[in-house]
Design a protein around this ligand. Sequence first.
Ligand SMILES: Cc1cc2nc3c(=O)[nH]c(=O)nc-3n(C[C@H](O)[C@H](O)[C@H](O)COP(=O)(O)O)c2cc1C
Length: 204
Amino acid sequence: MGVEIRRIQTGFVTALTKIKNKILKKIVVIGASSSSRSINRKFAKYAANSLLLDCKIKELVLNDFEMPIYSEDLQRVSGVPVKAINFKRVISNSDGIIISFAEHNGSYTSAFKNIFDWISVIEQDIWSSKPLLLLSTSTGSNGGKIVLKHAYNRFSFNYKFNIPFFSLPNFHSNYNSKSGIIHPALYKEFLATLSNFEDILNGT
Ligand SMILES: Cc1cc2nc3c(=O)[nH]c(=O)nc-3n(C[C@H](O)[C@H](O)[C@H](O)COP(=O)(O)O)c2cc1C
């Protein structure tokens, strides 16, 4: 209940702020999976569309950034691929980033890890000090918690902002495309996480 009231209040304040400042937030959305049927792509976009902010949403589809497997030798010979530079440019030009992680064998998908490695050699500040929201979901009861925790531990080290995170287990039982998250307790937790991210984006 508290969370719902807070969201109504946040929505009201946001509406006023929008009128005053005409702020448009550029939000980058990443489903960290190469699957064409990725539930994490769906979930990341759902989160972005649930924000109570005036947003321009830009999705980075990992399959558009397929590159040779990162190696120091390859970098030395050929430099950083243009695709990695383009990916990083979109990150740098954003106001915030939402990543939802698919978990493969307890870790990042290869598709995400390869892009992560390539962009990590462009600049030490990999996520360009932008506000981050980290999510994960899976078809099982773990909800991709292992990869989410791993990403959180890595990304939050010495980071400029707190990083809110949320994991949705049993995607097909707890989510549908019409209503979004249908499990009441998980929905409440999701809204609280989203509010936290909105506050960070608003600098409040
Ligand atoms: C190679 C492979 C490894 C997987 N490993 C895990 C795992 O370690 N933990 C888990 O919860 N699910 C695992 N899964 C199941 C994925 O979580 C599930 O396929 C989910 O849909 C992936 O998200 P996506 O649809 O966004 O790609 C694995 C799936 C594949 C294909």
